[in-house]
Design a protein around this ligand. Sequence first.
Ligand SMILES: Nc1ncnc2c1ncn2[C@@H]1O[C@H](COP(=O)(O)OP(=O)(O)OP(=O)(O)O)[C@@H](O)[C@H]1O
Ligand SMILES: [Mg+2]
Length: 282
Amino acid sequence: MSLSQPANTPAKRQDFTSFDRPRLLAIVNQKGGVGKTTTAINLATALAAVGKKVLIVDLDPQGNASTGLGVRRSLIKASAYDVLFGDAHIADVAMPTKVPRLHVVPSSIHLSGAEIELVTAHNREYRLKEALSTNLPYDYVLLDCPPSLNLLTLNALVAVDSLVVPLQCEFYALEGLSHLTKTIQRVKKQFNPRLTIHGVVLTMYDQRNKLTSMVEKDVRGYFGDKVYKTVIPRNVRLSEAPSYGLPAIVYDMKCAGARAYIQLASEVIKRERKLKKQLLAA
Ligand SMILES: Nc1ncnc2c1ncn2[C@@H]1O[C@H](COP(=O)(O)OP(=O)(O)OP(=O)(O)O)[C@@H](O)[C@H]1O
Ligand SMILES: [Mg+2]
């Protein structure tokens, strides 16, 4: 199958200013159940564990990132919905989690109606960008996106610097990626020229499965070094942890899944350093 070109823009000097504020990454794939939320929670935790200040914005009405981080619904006073509609400042909505240096802007059920409400709203694609453009005391802001390319996801694509795309190695994975790549191209052209793919992360990786290695070969062949070297294995501890309201890295730091996310975080940081060097040299 053919894919349109991935969103790799050359670094430009004017982008350097983006390192003076938090790096904004959206965890995105319109396909459901591929590991977006698991990646958001555990990548964020691993970044926080090495001293970074991290904020997760839960943009999914399902609220899995919020519950997976142990946020109790009864304690939520305001949510990503209020941020989107300008009723609350993001810094006032962010809640601490059990992980030091990791905060979350929780989701709310109101987000499921936001899609319709946004259609007629002024500046509807830029709501999140505006909310995130104030001085925020974080090194990284990770946006956990819903499984669709709706206006909520579009707001994320317009607001961020870069995308982390979790990909499950299965038969239709590449088709989904092709659709996403086309959307990224459109968003770059129309709304956010600086948007890049930070990396594609292979999730629920099963090295004994022949299809896994076939899909991996295709994805690496097309996206090259945009695909992180780290792969996230299928690991039952990763799926158990959210029911305890804990990131897997806290629930069982030694499990294979937690170790993989720690490794992924160091790869993300390395890429960031390299990008910063490129920008300074440009
Ligand atoms: N590496 C893994 N090994 C085992 N189970 C996993 C792994 N990654 C995710 N899961 C489990 O798979 C399910 C889907 O994962 P997750 O919720 O992270 O995906 P998602 O892309 O955010 O889903 P949605 O599109 O519904 O938001 C969850 O039950 C999760 O616990
Ligand atoms: Mg999710």
